[in-house]
Write a protein that binds this ligand. Structure first.
Ligand code: HEM
Length: 107
């Protein structure tokens, strides 16, 4: 749905200070997010994740659309102790849109 993707691109402005996507995206304050949908959590080369994120990754967490939405709705309650300093996306429509947008960036 191109409209949902376009909305997601706008929502992603809230993430851009810390996350990059697209050609030559590099890690910054947060890991790059190419290929994030369906990827094992905590698996971007060269990024130092927090202990709680690493622990969830070792338990087998995968960023499905459902897990990603749960995380982004309230990062600090979903992942206590995460170093992602972001309060979360309150609106269900924003969560759907960001997921559609991020799905367009493969590894
Ligand atoms: C981690 C998405 C906003 C900093 C992550 C992860 C995702 C994500 C999916 C897990 C990555 C992985 O497992 O490889 C998003 C989205 C955002 C957003 C979609 C906007 C809606 C932010 C902001 C910051 C930030 C604004 C900085 C102020 C981080 C950091 C981590 C992280 C430092 C690593 C967390 C840890 O190790 O506990 N983000 N993020 N993110 N993000 Fe974000």
């Amino acid at each position: 749905d191109p409209q949902l993707v376009a909305k997601g691109e706008k929502v992603f402005r809230k993430c851009q200070a810390c996350h990059k996507v697209g050609d030559k995206a590099k890690n910054g304050i947060g890991p790059h997010l190419n290929g994030i949908i369906g990827r094992a959590a905590g698996s971007v080369d060269g990024f130092r994740y927090s202990k709680p994120l690493t622990a969830r990754a070792e338990e087998g967490l995968v960023w499905t659309p459902e897990e990603l939405s749960a995380f982004l709705a309230s990062p600090k309650s979903y992942l206590k102790g995460t170093k992602m300093a972001f309060n979360g996306l309150r609106k269900e429509a924003d969560l759907e849109a960001i997921t559609a947008y991020l799905s367009t960036f493969t590894e």
